[in-house]
Design a binder for this molecule. Structure first.
Ligand SMILES: NC(=O)c1ccc[n+]([C@@H]2O[C@H](COP(=O)([O-])OP(=O)(O)OC[C@H]3O[C@@H](n4cnc5c(N)ncnc54)[C@H](OP(=O)(O)O)[C@@H]3O)[C@@H](O)[C@H]2O)c1
Length: 346
């Protein structure tokens, strides 16, 4: 395939955040041909210096961004920034890959996990959304099961690292461990030595996070009525989300065959020798891009049911690495889609 250009001019909005800094690191590790990179955040971060491939990059206020200067802009700056600035960037011809939740469910915005539904990315109109961290690892683990055995029902409970709440979340945990006092950002409850729920709108309702994992899974798998429900909590772990997943398949399976399909699936590492204390943990996943699966066992109270434990680094595979993998796949498989498209806000 003929490329429109041989290099990429990249912008990152939200570069000083946990995901933004990890994006820089992941882009450094990968082979993409980047000719320039510019970093943006709020005014308070203006002048902060971050390293990329040995040279210092100075962070600018996003108010000064001229989106004409980029081929691709990664957004990891939250809902508000994305809602206002993504249309501007697309209007100036950029391809945007957005980590925030604002655009994810819009019908004309592909929501993409490369191992699961990369083809959706090819239909973009200037914007590709990165799913929520807890959704990404779940759909990577479900995909081989869906393809080989069908899925009737999924029940998932998440145990999410506090870095999922950004750098303020990490600060809260570390402060509370150090001082044994509550830091009231994010929640009035302590997270240290504790477990918290995400915000819940009212009694008897699901939290926003629980609704996200359900709706996003349905969109990515192209199954509007996919039977799935979730309970999501935050735990006092720095990096690495864990999920206890109960699946009922459409067709009967032999456990060995089911495990074999997972071993062969892209993006998954099966670590399942619990008798030797080998099973997925947040510390195992931290700093890697794999979705780790273990504790696979038949569910004794569900016909065609099994249980598994799924762990991934929320800031890498759950955010930055997934976003970079989307771009890498486009660059390798359909580079024209990076440079030539009819933008949705033009
Ligand atoms: N953390 C995760 O595990 C994770 C996983 C998946 C998706 N996400 C999503 O990724 C996004 C970033 O998350 P994070 O964890 O990196 O958060 P974070 O650590 O709190 O960082 C937020 C970043 O956004 C910048 N920012 C905030 N408001 C802005 C605005 N109005 N204009 C420009 N920049 C703005 C901040 O700049 P300053 O430093 O100047 O304040 C900072 O660089 C969020 O939408 C989050 O939901 C996060």
């Amino acid at each position: 395939m003929k490329r429109t250009r041989d290099f990429l001019r990249i912008g990152i909005v939200g570069a000083t955040g946990l995901v933004g800094r990890t994006l820089l690191k992941v882009l450094e590790e990968r082979e993409l041909p980047i000719s320039s990179i510019k970093l943006f955040a709020t005014q308070r971060s203006q002048g902060v210096k971050l390293k990329f491939k040995g040279s210092e990059q100075v962070v600018e206020s996003v108010d000064k961004a001229n989106f004409r200067d980029f081929d691709v802009v990664f957004f990891s700056a939250g809902k508000d920034a994305s809602s206002k600035l993504v249309p501007l960037a697309i209007g100036k011809g950029c391809l945007v890959i957005d980590n925030g939740s604002f655009w994810r469910l819009r019908y004309d915005v592909p929501l993409v996990v490369p191992e699961v539904n990369f083809e959706d990315a090819l239909k973009h109109k200037g914007l590709i959304a990165n799913p929520n961290c807890s959704t990404i690892q779940l759909v990577v683990a479900l995909k081989p099961i869906l393809d080989n055995f069908g899925i009737k029902k999924v029940e998932v409970s998440t145990y999410q690292a506090i870095s999922g709440a950004g750098y303020k979340g990490l600060e809260k945990l570390l402060y509370e461990i150090r001082t044994n006092e509550v830091n009231p950002i994010i929640s009035n409850h302590p997270i240290a030595f504790n477990i918290l729920f995400h915000s819940i709108p009212s009694k008897y309702e699901f939290s926003e996070e629980e609704v996200k994992i359900v709706n996003e899974t349905r969109k990515i798998l192209h199954k509007k009525d996919f039977r799935i429900c979730a309970t999501c909590v935050r735990i006092p772990v720095t990096y690495g989300h864990c999920e206890s997943v109960s699946v009922v398949t459409r067709f009967p399976f032999e456990l060995d065959k089911l495990v074999e399909t997972m071993v062969k699936a892209p993006g998954i590492k099966v670590v399942d020798e619990p008798e030797k204390e080998l099973y997925p943990t947040p510390r195992l996943a931290e700093g890697t891009d794999f979705v780790y699966v273990g504790r696979i066992r038949k569910n004794p109270v569900e016909k065609n049911g099994f249980l598994m434990w799924v762990v991934a680094d929320n800031v890498r595979k759950g955010a930055a690495s997934n976003a970079v993998q989307i771009l890498e796949n486009l660059w390798n498989r359909s580079p024209d889609k990076i440079f030539k498209f009819k933008g949705m806000f033009r």
